[in-house]
Design a protein around this ligand. Structure first.
Ligand code: CP3
Length: 365
């Protein structure tokens, strides 16, 4: 865009275009079109990923920086996305603390030695991410080189202390989170020690990712919606806040994401983050008003909408963008309310990404 073109409308001269769109939206600056990326955008819905997975386990991919970088780039090469997210998982930091992690085919993650007693908590180690998670830090360096060539930013991420505690204590996925919540409610000293260790590990890991080249950081508190507001405030918020505070030193925008958080949004905001992730169980405009003026939002399409016929999917995308537009603030990042599902039709992903740009540009005209 020639800077001296006097016919160019003045408001647009301050408007970010690619490649700055995503970073600008994180900072609540005006953008030419709404930036879009999808949580879990690299994964099984893509044939390129499934093909690589026939040769390597997920942990092998994550622990081989060249492979992790290649998978990070798969959705970038396939769709017109505004950001990449480093290919990793939220669980390897638990390995670094002394837990034994396996991804069981068809069943998800399994921790062979879950944390069940105060002695188990005391045995957890806090080591520098450069020692325990060097592979993801190296992958970030490689991916940044690829992405700089395309002018796109890279997101680093970590699980939040509570969601990591949930896996550490339950030993895997869980419906009601009875074990982790029981520990929280019945042994305050063990809980505090567990959460202090996790917040240090999470904070150090996020900071190291930014130092390795991640331009934005996302904290995934996927299962925080299991908690009452009082329990979140007392037993979780201080530790999420601590982790985010450590990461803040990097000076990059932080996205704070959870699901089922309609009753928790102001508290999640209080814990920290420049952008708050919102799932589909609350209208985006209602969520943004609850969160307040001085924060950006990310979301909030139901991932299952990608399975609907295009006309239906399109109207749901319009609804999210219309709601963000109605609030009249800069700082919306389009995303799903949770990770993309494995059976998602690829063609709908391609159309979604294009349509978010096209429709949001029209809303701005
Ligand atoms: O977004 C991306 O493209 C980056 C990659 C990414 C993965 N996991 C790769 C992955 C990210 C951001 C995650 C985060 C993650 N991992 C979360 C938080 C986000 C969320 O969905 O709430 C959680 C809770 C996990 C833990 C986890 N990892 C589970 C429960 C599972 C098994 C369930 C499932 O979806 O299969 C994983 C495995 C996993 N992590 C896969 C991928 C692509 C699929 C496994 C495979 O390839 O076999």
């Amino acid at each position: 865009m020639p800077e001296t073109n006097l016919n160019y409308p003045i408001p647009h001269s301050q408007t970010s275009t690619r490649p700055q769109r995503f970073l600008a939206a994180c900072r609540r600056q005006p953008v030419d079109a709404t930036p879009v990326w999808l949580m879990r955008q690299a994964g099984r819905y893509m044939v390129e990923y499934r093909t690589l997975r026939q040769r390597y386990t997920i942990l092998e991919i994550i622990k081989t920086p060249e492979l992790a970088c290649a998978v990070t780039m798969q959705p970038i090469d396939a769709f017109d996305l505004d950001a990449a997210i480093i290919f990793a998982d939220i669980l390897p930091p638990l390995e670094g603390m002394g837990l034994s992690l396996e991804f069981v085919k068809g069943e998800g993650p399994l921790i062979h030695n879950p944390v069940r007693t105060p002695a188990d908590v005391a045995a957890l180690t806090v080591r520098p991410p450069q020692e325990t998670l060097w592979f993801t830090l190296d992958a970030i360096g490689l991916a940044r080189k690829e992405l700089d060539n395309r002018g796109l930013p890279l997101i680093g991420f970590s699980g939040a202390p509570f969601t990591l505690a949930a896996y550490a204590v339950e030993g895997g996925g869980s419906k009601n989170h009875v074990r982790v919540k029981s520990l929280m409610m019945s042994d305050p000293a063990a809980w505090r020690q567990l959460m202090e260790k996790l917040s240090q590990v999470v904070g150090d890991y996020l900071l190291a990712q930014a130092q390795a080249g991640a331009q934005v950081l996302q904290v995934f508190d996927s299962w925080v919606g299991q908690l009452s507001p009082d329990d979140y405030r007392t037993h979780v918020l201080p530790y999420s806040r601590r982790a985010i505070e450590i990461a803040r030193a990097a000076g990059v925008p932080i996205i704070h994401f959870g699901t089922d958080t309609a009753g928790l949004l102001p508290l999640i905001r209080e814990a920290g983050g420049d952008v708050i992730g919102v799932d589909w169980r609350i209208d985006l405009d209602a969520a943004w008003r609850l969160l307040g003026e001085d924060v950006a939002v990310q979301g909030n399409l139901d991932p299952v909408a990608l399975f609907a016929p295009w006309e239906e999917l399109r109207s749901r995308i319009e609804q999210v963008l219309d709601r963000a537009h109605a609030v009249g603030r800069a700082g919306h990042i389009f995303n799903l309310g949770h990770g993309i599902l494995p059976q998602t039709p690829v063609e709908n992903v391609r159309r979604l990404v294009e349509f978010v740009h096209e429709y949001s540009q029209r809303l701005r005209d």
